[in-house]
Design a protein around this ligand. Structure first.
Ligand code: GDP
Length: 535
């Protein structure tokens, strides 16, 4: 493609912002997503995201299981516009459907929004997802939610983030009261108070009444004690807090903090505006050719997620591709880095909730869904022009393990084929015992649902009825330096060694405590919770 495209690409990149929300179940991710879409005009009433979900349940549903449990297995990409920006929200699956896809989605995100329940503070799933963001140095914007309910002290929440995540915090706004006495937030940059209107129930965009700090009317509008408390705490903040430093935000070292209440729609627009102003636009990515800027004229991208059978009528597979550079056009022909094959990208899809619209073009920062003719695997690069490859997507520490058994020897071939394909697709990690007599593969997953998906698909797609034999381990660590390093440390207790699909040693522990014990006994042993892509 030619240079003439440059202004178009620059323009597209400048207005694009892409992010994922990281949170623990129930913190309010669905609610916040709905409210963001509401401002983006992508939906007109809150509740629409959920009702789209229900609609989908009635019509498609790739698995009866999904229907039974009323959960959504698929992660979706929501694109909406606000204030001249094109925003891509990459939805990270949570709840029981927590899986490696949740982590992988972060490989396609440029920014993360960390959503925290004010009453609960940091929770386990948020911490795990944070670790992945940290590995990628993603900018993190924190939204502290549910201020309309009694919660923990704001300063205490900031302190927790600083101490436990090692992130500097900068409160962009600060709450006035909480729970029944929640009266609004003070916007530090704009130096004004946004008053909370309890009347608005949040199904429509909220009314926003602002008033300057120091305005005499505040004496009547706010409870006196809260007003004085606010002034006092702002002084404390000014004294103890770091200065706002955008470069540190972009480097993932400082997180801007916003307080609000997604359900009542309070603080959401304030957050969205500030987020868009400070978030990273699509940036250069590391590749085999060095760092490639998004305005590089040829189209390139990588696969971060594969989804099977979203539409049971077609039994198709969709590959989700993050556009990194250039312009994507429908029916374009590209090269597939891993195999060297040429692939025509037909039937591209734009993904809104679960609806599928066909898509004509896409730019860096966008995500497209492509019908996967079976050539794509997680982490694959596709490109036009000069050959290049992006860094793959690493393996994330599984927490559940089970032998997968095939009780019917005549199905050996299908069993083997199914396991291999499901592994390549990234549906589950596969490990093996180091004991030659135990040939059954060990399924290693981040969430229980991954096991169910594997068993379901083995039966429905490969015709093999399988049995699970759970293992009572919950922690996996890759050994830095491989077998050689492992041999040097000698005998280890309270752990077993298995090998991953690339024949790398992995230690399994029953619990964190055993892991810490082994680490304490063997200071030279270096263990990793995230492993590079295998080769
Ligand atoms: P998710 O699991 O993170 O997607 O959480 P949901 O968005 O489904 O919210 C979990 C529960 O918290 C629901 O009952 C929401 O109505 C409630 N919730 C979400 N945001 C708020 C909020 O700002 N205030 C209050 N009081 N409840 C909220």
């Amino acid at each position: 493609m030619s240079r003439e495209l440059l202004p178009e690409l620059e323009q597209a990149v400048n207005i694009r912002r892409n992010f994922a929300i990281i949170s623990h179940p129930d913190a309010g991710k669905t609610t916040l997503t709905e409210k963001l879409l509401l401002y983006g005009g992508a939906i007109h009433e809150a509740g629409a995201v959920k009702s789209r979900r229900d609609q989908r349940k009635a019509t498609s549903d790739w698995m009866a299981m999904e229907q039974q449990r009323g959960i959504s297995i698929t992660s979706t990409v929501l694109q909406f516009e606000y204030d001249g920006y094109q925003i891509n929200l990459l939805d990270t699956p949570g709840h029981q459907d927590f899986s490696e896809d949740t982590y992988r989605t972060l490989a396609a995100a440029d920014n993360a929004v960390m959503l925290i329940d004010a009453a609960k503070g940091l929770e386990p799933q948020t911490r795990k997802l944070f670790e992945v963001c940290k590995m990628r140095s993603l900018p993190i914007f924190t939204f502290i939610n549910k201020l309309d309910r009694p919660g923990r002290e704001p300063l205490e929440l900031l302190d927790e983030i600083e101490q436990e995540l090692g992130l500097k915090t900068y409160a962009m706004n600060y709450p006035i009261g909480m729970g029944d006495r929640f009266q609004g937030v003070y916007d530090r940059a704009g130096q004004q108070i946004h008053l909370f209107e309890r009347r608005s129930h949040g199904s429509k965009t909220a009314l926003d009444t602002t008033i300057k700090l120091g305005d005499p009317r505040l004496e009547d509008l706010l409870d006196q004690d809260l007003y004085y408390q606010l002034k006092e705490e702002l002084e404390i903040l000014d004294e103890i807090a770091h200065d706002f430093d955008l470069a540190q935000v972009h480097a993932g070292k400082m997180t801007p903090i916003y307080f609000g209440s997604a359900m009542t729609n309070f603080g959401v627009e304030l957050f969205l505006k500030s987020f868009l102003q400070h978030a990273l636009k699509p940036e250069s990515r590391h590749s085999s050719l060095g760092d490639i800027p998004p305005t590089y004229p040829d189209f390139t991208g990588f696969v971060f997620k594969l989804q099977a059978n979203m539409d049971p009528k077609h039994r198709d597979r969709v590959a989700f591709i993050r556009v990194c550079t250039g312009k994507f056009e429908k029916d374009m022909t590209v090269s597939h880095a891993r195999t060297g094959k040429t692939v025509r990208l037909s039937r591209p899809q734009k993904l809104f909730a679960q609806g599928r619209e066909s898509l004509e073009e896409a730019y860096p920062g966008d995500v497209i869904g492509l019908n996967n003719p079976g050539v794509f695997a997680i982490g694959d690069t596709i490109y036009n022009g000069q050959a290049l490859e992006y860094e793959g997507i690493p393996c994330f520490s599984p927490e559940m393990f089970a032998y997968l058994k095939n009780p019917n020897p005549s199905k050996f071939k299908q069993f083997h084929k199914g396991i291999t394909q499901l592994r390549e697709e990234g549906a589950v990690q596969i490990m093996y015992s180091t004991d030659d007599f135990r040939r059954d593969p060990i399924l290693a997953a981040v969430g229980q649902l991954q096991f169910e998906v594997v068993q379901f698909r083995m039966l429905n797609e490969y015709g093999v009825e399988t049995q699970l034999e759970p293992l009572s381990y919950s922690v996996a660590r890759w050994v830095e330096g491989g077998w050689e390093a492992l041999e040097k440390v000698g005998r280890l207790f309270n752990t077993i060694t298995v090998k991953d699909s690339w024949n790398r040693p992995v230690l399994l522990f029953r619990n964190e405590w055993n892991l810490h014990q082994v680490l304490a006994d063997h200071p030279k042993l270096i263990l990793n919770s995230i492993a590079p892509v295998g080769s």
